[in-house]
Design a protein around this ligand. Structure first.
Ligand code: FEO
Ligand code: CA
Ligand code: CA
Length: 676
C-alpha cells in the first residue's frame, strides 16, 4: 500500500488508510512515563530508549541448517530500474498483470484488454501469496516443481489499466470523471483487477516456470459472490438489498497480505477497503456517518475510484454508495461496507468453493493473518495486524481444538478475539473482545457479539489496547515460536507519544517487535516482548544481538515478513511513493528484501527492485530451492506530467509499455537452498 506520509492529513487517492483512532487509550509513552519517568525513557535519545527493551526475551540458538543460514554477499542499495539479486542467483519474471489464466499468450496489451479479458487474467498489484504443492494435502509439503500459486491483488493504478489514460496528465490515483459519470466497462475492469488469482504453475525441463491450464485456475475479485460466516452472519448490520438476510456479499477488495490455514486453504486479508465506498448522509449541514463507517474512515465526499458513479447506476456499482437512501437497510446499501474488513477463506483446490468471510477474526484494516503452529488437541491461534496509524495487533484463539483429520474453516467461526496491550516493563496481555465482558456491554453500545465484531476497533478502544506504529505482516519463528510483527512507520507519533516499543517520534523508518507467549503456549493471555529491529540509517538503528546496521543491511519501512522452514526471516520494505529516493529516505534507494537470522542478528540485503515499486509477498517451494517474490506498483512514482509525456519512470518488466506488477522466480544457480 502506498504509505504517503507527506500528504497530511491523508491522501485517499494514493491509498492511505484514513487515521481514525480518536479513542483516549494511552500510548506507550504515557504508560512508560508512569512506570519509568519521562527522563529515564527519553534521555540520550534512541540508544537510551531501547536499552533493556531489545533482546530481552532472548533468542535460542539456531538449529543447524544445511549450509550456512546466510551465505551470499549483500547486494548494494539501488536507485535503478532493475531487479538485482546476489551473485550466483537467477531471476525469471512470471505472471505479470494481464497474463491469461489459460496459459496462452495475451491477445493484447493490458491497456487494450477488455473487462471480460481482465476477469480471466492475472490481476493488478501482486501482494501476499502462497505456493500450494499440487498434491493438495499439506500447505508446505509436496511437489517443488508443480503447484497452485495463489496471489493477492491489492489495488490498481488506473492510468496503466486504460488506453484512454495515455497522454493524459494523471497521477497514480483515480481516472478523471467526465460529465459526472464513469464508463461502466472501465469500472468493471478496475473491479476485476482486484482480488485473488489461483493459477497452476510448473517448472519445465529447461528450468523455466510457466502457467499451466487447469480447471482450478480462477479469479476471485471485487464482484465474486461470497458467504458471510461466523457471529456476524445474518446480523442486522450486514443486511442489504442484495442480501436481505445478511448472509452474502459481492467481492473482496484491497487484498493485502494473506494467511495459510493448517487445513490447506488460503486466507486473504481486506486492508484499505473503506475508501472504495462513500456515505453522503448529512444532518444539520454536517456529515453524519454511523460509527461502523466513521471509525474506519469511510469517505463522506468522494470515493477512491468513483465506482458508485458508473453511468447507468446499475446495482453492481450503486452498492459502493453506502448512504441511507431507501426506507430501510434491505432496500439500499448502507450496510454494504460492513461486509468488508474481514479475513476471507478460499479453497484453491475447489474451483466451485464459495469464498467465506470469517467474521470471528474481527473487522479492521487486516494487513494479513499468520497462524501459530497447529497442535493436535489444542486451539488454533491466528495473529493479525490493523495497518493504520495508532491501531492494534489482534489474535484469534479457536473455541474448538485442532484435529488434523477433521479441521476446516469452521474452526475460525467460534473462538475468542483478543487485542494486544504492551506494558512498559516488557510484559504484555491479550484483552478479550467478548460481548458481556468488561466494558463490552449493551449499556456501552455493544448489544451482541456481532456489534462487537463489526466495530472491532471501537471494542479494542474500549478495553484499552495499545496504539502501535502501523502493524503490517506477522511471522512465527519455526524454531522457537516467537511471534514477530513489522511496525512500518508512523509520521504522526509525537514526542509525547514515544515509548519503548514505538521509540521514535515522527517515525519514518519503522521497527520489528516480537513476543514470546507465556509458557510458549500461543493460546496464552500473557506474553513478554522486545524489539528485534529498530530500522533506519547507520547510527540510528539497531538489531537485537548484533552490531548496528551498516551499508549491507540498512533498511527502512519493514512491511512483508516471512520465515522459511530453516528460520531465515525475510523482510520486505515499503518506503511510500512520495518518500522514495527523497529526503531522509533517499539513502535507502528502491524498496528491497533482506534476510535475517534472528538467533544471531545477522542480516543482509538479498534483492533490490525497480523504480517506484514495493517488494511484498514471498514464499518458497517446499524444498526451499525456488523462491517466489512479488513486486508491486513499479512506476508508481511517475509524476503526472511525465506520464502525460509518455515517460513512465519504470518499464519493468518488459522494457516498454506500461509498468506491470509481477512475480519473480528466484533460483540459486547451483540448485541450492535460497539464502545459503
Ligand atoms: Fe497493504 Fe499495509 O500494506
Ligand atoms: Ca506498507
Ligand atoms: Ca503491506
Amino acid at each position: 500500500m502506498p504509505d504517503d506520509i507527506r500528504h497530511l492529513p491523508y491522501d485517499l487517492e494514493a491509498g492511505d488508510e484514513i487515521p481514525s483512532n480518536t479513542s483516549p487509550n494511552p500510548t506507550f509513552a504515557e504508560i512508560a512515563e508512569t512506570r519509568l519517568g519521562r527522563r529515564g525513557m527519553l534521555m540520550g535519545g534512541l540508544a537510551t530508549a531501547i536499552t533493556g527493551f531489545i533482546g530481552t526475551t532472548g533468542a535460542r540458538p539456531a538449529a543447524a541448517a544445511r549450509g550456512p543460514m546466510i551465505g551470499f554477499r549483500s547486494v548494494p542499495i539501488s536507485p535503478n530500474d532493475t531487479v538485482v539479486v546476489p551473485e550466483g542467483y537467477s531471476v525469471q519474471v512470471l505472471i505479470p498483470h494481464g497474463t491469461p489464466l489459460d496459459g496462452r499468450p495475451a491477445a493484447r496489451n493490458l491497456p487494450e484488454m477488455t473487462a471480460a479479458e481482465q476477469e480471466q487474467a492475472i490481476g493488478a498489484h501482486h501482494d501476499g501469496m502462497h505456493f500450494f504443492p499440487i498434491e493438495g494435502r499439506e500447505p508446505d509439503q509436496g511437489s517443488s516443481t508443480d503447484g497452485l500459486l495463489v496471489v493477492n491483488h491489492e489495488y490498481i493504478e488506473p492510468r496503466f489499466l486504460h488506453a484512454r489514460a495515455a497522454g493524459q496528465s494523471i497521477g497514480n490515483g483515480r481516472m478523471p470523471v467526465v460529465d459526472n459519470a464513469r464508463d461502466p466497462d472501465e469500472v468493471r475492469k478496475e473491479i476485476f483487477a482486484h482480488g485473488v488469482s489461483v493459477v497452476r504453475i510448473a517448472r519445465q525441463a529447461n528450468g523455466q516456470w510457466t502457467v499451466v491450464a487447469d480447471p482450478r485456475n480462477r479469479r476471485i475479485h471485487g464482484a465474486t459472490p461470497m458467504a458471510i460466516s461466523g457471529p456476524v452472519r445474518g446480523h442486522a448490520l450486514v443486511r442489504t438489498k442484495y442480501s436481505p438476510d445478511g448472509t452474502r456479499v459481492r467481492g473482496t477488495l484491497n487484498n493485502c497480505a494473506h494467511g495459510v490455514t493448517p487445513w490447506n486453504t488460503y486466507l486473504t486479508a481486506e486492508e484499505n477497503w473503506a475508501g472504495y465506498f462513500r456515505n453522503l448522509d448529512r444532518a444539520e449541514g454536517q456529515p453524519r456517518l454511523p460509527r461502523e463507517h466513521a471509525r474506519y474512515g469511510v469517505p463522506n465526499a468522494q470515493a477512491r475510484y468513483n465506482w458508485d458513479q458508473a453511468a447507468g447506476g446499475a446495482d453492481e456499482f450503486a452498492r459502493f454508495n453506502v448512504s441511507s437512501t431507501g426506507p430501510d437497510a434491505t432496500q439500499d446499501y448502507r450496510n454494504e461496507v460492513n461486509a468488508f474488513g474481514w479475513i476471507v477463506e478460499i479453497d484453491p483446490f475447489d474451483a466451485n468453493a464459495v469464498p467465506v468471510k470469517r467474521t470471528a477474526l474481527g473487522r479492521f484494516a487486516h494487513e494479513g493473518v499468520v497462524f501459530g503452529p497447529a497442535r493436535e488437541g489444542r486451539p488454533v491461534v491466528a495473529y493479525s495486524g490493523d495497518d493504520s496509524v495508532f491501531e492494534y495487533i489482534y489474535k484469534f484463539v479457536s473455541a474448538r481444538p485442532f484435529n488434523r483429520a477433521t479441521a476446516s474453516g469452521a474452526l475460525l467461526d467460534e473462538g475468542t478475539l483478543y487485542v494486544a496491550k504492551f506494558n512498559a516493563d516488557g510484559t504484555g496481555e491479550w484483552l478479550p473482545l467478548v460481548h458481556g465482558q468488561g466494558p463490552l456491554t449493551a449499556a456501552n453500545g455493544f448489544a451482541d457479539q456481532g456489534e462487537v465484531l463489526v466495530n472491532t476497533r471501537l471494542a479494542a478502544d474500549a478495553v484499552g489496547a495499545t496504539k502501535m506504529d502501523r502493524p503490517e505482516w506477522g511471522a512465527v519463528d519455526p524454531r522457537d515460536g516467537q511471534v514477530y510483527f513489522t511496525l512500518t512507520n508512523n509520521s504522526r507519533r509525537t514526542e509525547a507519544q514515544v515509548d519503548p516499543a514505538n521509540p521514535r517520534a515522527r517515525n519514518q523508518f519503522g521497527q520489528i517487535i516480537r513476543w514470546r507467549e507465556a509458557g510458549d503456549d500461543h493460546a496464552a493471555t500473557r506474553f513478554t516482548w522486545d524489539l528485534f529491529l529498530i530500522a533506519g540509517p547507520e547510527g540510528d538503528s539497531r538489531i537485537a544481538g548484533n552490531a548496528p546496521v551498516n551499508a549491507d543491511n540498512m533498511l527502512a519501512c519493514p512491511d512483508g515478513l516471512w520465515f522459511d522452514a530453516d528460520g531465515r526471516m525475510w523482510i520486505q520494505t515499503d518506503i511510500g511513493e512520495s518518500e522514495q529516493l527523497r529526503g531522509a529516505l533517499a539513502p535507502f534507494g528502491n524498496n528491497a528484501m533482506l534476510v535475517a537470522n534472528p538467533a544471531t542478528g545477522e542480516m543482509r540485503r538479498f534483492l533490490t527492485g525497480p523504480i517506484g515499486q514495493e517488494v511484498t509477498g514471498v514464499i518458497t517451494t517446499p524444498d526451499r530451492r525456488t523462491m517466489f517474490v512479488n513486486l508491486q506498483h513499479p512506476g508508481a512514482t511517475t509524476p503526472a506530467a511525465e506520464w502525460a509525456a509518455g515517460r513512465p519512470n519504470s518499464r519493468f518488466p518488459n522494457g516498454d509499455g506500461v509498468p506491470l506488477s509481477a512475480t519473480l522466480v528466484i533460483t540459486k544457480n547451483d540448485g541450492g537452498i535460497i539464502g545459503t
